[in-house]
Write a protein that binds this ligand. Sequence first.
Ligand code: PMP
Length: 459
Amino acid sequence: MIENHLPTAELQRLDAAHHMHPFTHGDALAEKGARIITKADGVFLTDSEGNEILDAMAGLWCVNIGYGRKELAEAAYRQMLQLPYYNTFFQTSHVPAIELAARIAELAPGDLNHVFFAGSGSEANDTNLRMVRQYWAMMGQPDRQVVISRWNGYHGSSVGSGSLGGMKFMHEQGGMPIPGIEHIDQPDWWSEGGDMTPEAFGIARARALEERILEIGADRVAAFIAEPVQGAGGVIVPPETYWPEIKRILAKYDILFVADEVICGFGRTGNWFGSQTYDLVPDIMTIAKGLSSGYAPIGASVVSDKVAGVIGKGEFAHGYTYSGHPVAAAVALENLRILDEEGIVERAGSVTAPYLGAKWNSLTDHPLVGEARICGLMGSIALTPDKARRAPFAADKGTVGLICRERCFANNLVMRHVGDRMIISPPLTISEAEIDLLIERARLSLDEALDIVNRDGLM
Ligand code: PMP
């Protein structure tokens, strides 16, 4: 059962003693002991106790291609032997970065033909923040410095990208947001829509952008950044009226649009990019995660002819040691080849998304589930004690969500909770039988969570 590693308890002890985890209460984890994942194949993880766990989150929304694809390992191996590292500074380049940039330009919509590489989504959004400001400075409008983003959006965890994000609990630590970033409210109808119809609410939340632009002065606004569908905020699929109105406003005031496709990109919404699903025309697109299916760390800013044409006229004083890392680029190229040639993105949109969507929506007959939302292969359900009123629980926000997540874990299903929303984002390769298993385990976990909620009077 245990292969080539120390016993679980010893691993947990060492983990608690030496390993600081992201977004984790350290002492609480040390007391409980981390779940240790040792290997994975397809959509299943195996832990150090031999449990087989269905990963309905594709890691952190990234393993689009599924686990265990040897071709990606072989691509990394070959590239490491050939050229393990070289940089792209100082007028040099290398084959994997060139080929990957060209391939991304081919796949990306519109005139997004230029790629600035980074090591992650956070880094790419830091690039974007600097690039949009530099663009306007070079256009002779240096006062256009403000970037507008949304509360409960997520754009990364570095100081720049964390400031772009709208996670207040992050801002409270470490002096964020930095100056020059303004947040508007999100299009989350379930929690914030009050008595409005979703359609009217979508318009209202888009108009919040126009109001803020006018408050700041359009001649001071550089860009608006947003995820086509907010992921880490709880898979908030916006009302249909939202994006068309945002597009109208951005065009009216000539404001750059950065589409953060770190989650939505590479098939997640049923098309190659979320911008295609919502008919958006970004000036810059942030990509990461599905670009390499998480097999190697890599991100990028995909930049339009319009913006790259201006930035290219001077030296953009920005870059990372690992911008376009050859091994990560080779892995990403192989990942894109497989996603394309095996028709994985195509099938995700035309076959898997409708199947998963129907099953996911059927969960709304459960007493704990209010709305179900899904876009392609990213979905959420809102837990509530009262569907008609869309009411929150008496317990603190997130208490019931956490109970439900714990039951999922116990039932060998990785489903994440954001407050009292449960979210999924499985590998695009998930089969229909695996979707059935996902839903079966989710339903069982919801039943068990309901028992606990009733027992503990949390309604
Ligand atoms: N943007 C979005 C939309 C994300 O979901 C994430 C990561 N969850 C990031 C940016 C940051 O990416 P990374 O963690 O690779 O820095």
